[in-house]
Design a protein around this ligand. Structure first.
Ligand code: IVH
Length: 721
């Protein structure tokens, strides 16, 4: 590249300077690509920053602009691929070219030792074994051709997986290209560190979107439709197997595979253990491969498993076991595979952490659908970092299987490491209590309980617990999103006789609520504003908020798309019992159609629908379109936010306002960002925006844009509780 004093000659958003020759552009792209790659490698592999963050962003933005105008010069492993794109991924199915199998399992020291000795016997000679942590993440195969990452494919059924390359390219620890032009497939586990999981889950304001564990969040991210969104989740990877197309290139043993992968730039888990006939020879082999690791003799296996079980909770990521692998590649080849797993490896699975507790009692809950759920009340018990006092018992059958009685000492686990469950009875109670049975009548309204396929239901739709549940569901953040109408407020208003049905929400006399404990005039105002705002929710939201068992968000949209775009059309189909019309909708079976028509013929749902119609709630999807068209004011714009806000607390509320109006939101200011909403404080984003010529919008200006009406003062926003 001709020397023009670095890249400082052009503001990135200006694109290509008139008069720039095509060769200049190619040269600049080449140089930016090479430089950024060096900066990335230094940073992600050695933690060294060669340039400032803003300089790095500036160079990236410049490269994005140039590549957009000259895609023919973009390198297949361009560092800009890390940023991700907003195109919709469709994850095509692709066939694996290597066996992508699972692992045989062992649950005891003996079973692992048995695997060792069986293998040695079968081989008729000495063997060595590597032991790795079994990372609880998403299995991935990275295919490189001539040293360039071509495809990242999920395990799928082992033969065919999904191509998730754009999302995996956003993972900084995945090399986009290798220092050598190799054809190689690399297996690894994509995962999210525990701390990142906790941080992201805490920042998620929508309860229903919170992930159950790091693995679930990682799995969701790998399948995000927009890689730009996947790129916001700091996934990482540990690689643990390599398959060279050219067999002559394959190292002779697992240790050398790992060290070769490491030198090619793959992230290898440093917690490696190696087993040989003596610790000394194990240490020698590790050293010969240039790897750090723990050296063990076969007789150490029990102690090793115990040590790792104890270490497990202190690791920054989740593991669900240990993997023991034969080290010698020629032996692996000889042993081969069953249909399900390699014969040269075994996974030792940790048991889910369990704790002992006493069953103090069993309470019976009634859900909004009438479903009756027994819940175990137990002595406060510490397990996996939290204190548990309650655990679900699912239904009567589950209690019967455990032969569970009040006073029993039970074993508690966290299923999938999150949901507490009673696993077994350790010791029967000494009070002579027998297996618990659910009461014959609903604990709330005393209507006799009915059985439906192994589950228990209260059949009375007017049962207060059901009504409260339906109101709270209707008002919840994911449905009509009525601020300040959470389950506790609903309970209070219901018990005071102010709010007795879903449709009452719009006609209740809230003034009389100000005498209730904890409810003031101010909170009533907020509630009423929230109720008013809910009148503009789209018809699909209204439809799913009704809580009909078969109609969630997705099916409401499908109904509307298939011609049921007005409440009246659904009601008429229900009255005609037009199962045929509903079951003709793709994905709607006959059973679903029948349940929907039944639900919409029920007098209590009919009363609710008519009440909501009278209140002015959307009963017609064409209304949404009219209202929406006024609101698309941020369409085509890309917004970033910084600082704190008086009107948006948490900050994500501002993001919601932008997205509601069809604006796209991003987490950092780049060349494609069009607006920065800047609150109080805030860091480098403002400087980035100024540098890139991004329009900076103050909170006041933003409020005016969205027609925010009255602004909130400095004081904390009051809530009912
Ligand atoms: S080796 C043919 N090593 O566990 C090679 N797997 O239950 C088989 N896993 O699908 C895999 N950490 O996704 C291996 N260090 C590790 C692993 C590991 C996690 C996963 C992998 C596999 C699953 C089997």
């Amino acid at each position: 590249m001709t020397d023009r004093g670095g890249y400082g000659y052009a503001a990135p958003q200006c694109g290509i300077i008139p008069g720039m020759g095509i060769n200049d552009i190619k040269e600049e792209i080449d140089k930016l690509t090479a430089d950024l790659k060096i900066y990335q490698d230094k940073y992600y592999k050695e933690g060294v920053s060669l340039v400032s963050d803003s300089e790095y962003d500036r160079l990236t933005d410049r490269l994005i602009v140039l590549e957009k105008e000259h895609p023919e010069f973009q390198h297949p492993d361009s560092p800009t691929k890390r940023v991700g794109s907003d195109l919709t991924n469709d994850f095509p199915e692709v066939r694996h070219t290597i066996p992508v199998l699972s692992l045989d399992k062992a649950y005891s020291d003996e079973a692992v030792l048995d695997f060792f000795s069986r293998s040695v016997q079968k081989e008729g000679g000495a063997l060595t074994f590597a032991a790795e942590e079994k990372i609880d993440g998403i299995s991935m195969v990275l295919y490189y051709e001539k040293g360039v990452l071509k495809r990242a494919v999920t395990r799928g059924n082992g033969e065919v997986g999904n191509d998730v390359t754009p999302n995996i390219m956003t993972i900084k620890a995945v090399p986009l290209s290798l220092p050598e032009k190799l054809d190689i497939a690399v297996r690894g586990e994509v995962y999210l560190a525990k701390a990142d999981f906790i941080r992201l889950n805490e920042a998620e304001t929508d309860e229903t979107k919170k992930a159950a564990n790091p693995r679930n969040l990682a799995a969701g991210t790998v399948r995000r439709q927009k890689s730009s969104e996947a790129g916001r989740v700091p996934l990482t990877i540990f690689c643990y197997e390599g398959f060279w197309t050219d067999k002559a290139e394959t190292p002779a043993d697992h240790l050398h595979i790992l060290s070769r992968l490491k030198s090619l730039g793959f992230r290898i888990n440093p917690h490696l253990a190696f087993f040989d006939s003596s610790r000394e020879s194990a240490a020698e082999k590790l050293a010969a491969a240039g790897l750090d690791g723990e050296a063990y003799a076969f007789s150490d296996i029990g102690a090793f498993i115990r040590k790792k079980s104890e270490e497990r909770s202190t690791l920054p990521y989740e593991i669900d076991g240990l993997v023991f692998k034969i080290n010698e590649l020629d032996v692996r080849e000889k042993f081969g595979y069953t249909e399900h797993h390699p014969r040269w490896a075994i996974a030792y699975k940790f048991e889910a952490p369990q704790a002992e507790a006493r069953l103090l009692g069993i309470t019976v809950q009634v859900g909004r659908t009438g479903r009756i759920t027994p819940v175990a009340e137990i002595t406060a018990t510490k397990l996996g970092g939290s204190t548990i006092r309650r655990a679900t018992l699912h239904n009567q059958e589950y209690i019967n299987e455990l032969e569970l009685a009040v006073g029993d000492t039970v074993s508690i686990s966290k299923r999938g490491d999150v949901i507490p469950a009673v696993e077994s009875v350790i010791e029967k109670n000494s009070e002579g209590n027998t297996t618990f049975t659910l009461p014959p009548d609903c604990p709330c309204c005393h209507t006799p309980i009915v059985q439906v396929g192994g589950l228990q239901y209260c059949p009375n739709p007017e049962c207060p617990d059901q009504v409260k549940g339906r109101i709270a569901y209707f008002a919840s953040a994911d449905e009509m999103d009525i601020e300040s109408l959470g389950p506790r407020t609903v309970e209070l208003l219901y018990d005071a006789g102010i709010l007795r049905s879903v449709e009452d929400i719009y006609t209740a006399d809230y003034a009389s609520a100000s005498s209730l404990p904890g409810i003031g005039e101010k909170s009533i105002n907020i509630l009423q504003e929230g109720i008013k705002a809910s009148l503009s929710r789209p018809f699909t939201t209204v439809l799913s908020a009704l809580g009909v068992a078969e109609i969630g968000k997705k099916s409401a949209e499908i109904l509307v798309r298939n011609g049921f775009d007005m409440m009246d059309k659904i009601l008429e189909a229900a009255d005609r019992d037009d199962i045929a019309a509903l079951s003709a909708i793709p994905g709607f079976g006959e059973l679903t159609a029948r349940r929907i028509t039944e639900a919409f013929r029920s007098p209590s749902l009919r009363k609710t629908v008519e009440g909501l119609r009278k209140a002015g709630v959307h009963m017609d999807a064409s209304l949404d379109r009219e209202e929406n068209s006024e609101e698309q004011i941020f369409a085509g714009e890309v917004w970033c936010i910084t600082g704190s806000f008086q009107n948006f607390n948490p900050r994500s509320k501002a993001l919601k306002e932008i997205e509601k109006r069809s604006g796209r939101t991003v987490s950092s200011v780049t060349g494609s960002t069009t607006h920065l909403l800047a609150g109080k404080g805030g860091g480098s984003k403002r400087a980035d925006a100024e540098r890139l010529g991004v329009k900076i919008v103050s909170e006041d200006e933003f409020m005016a844009l969205i027609g925010g009406g009255e602004k909130k003062g400095e004081e904390e926003q009051p809530t009912l509780f």
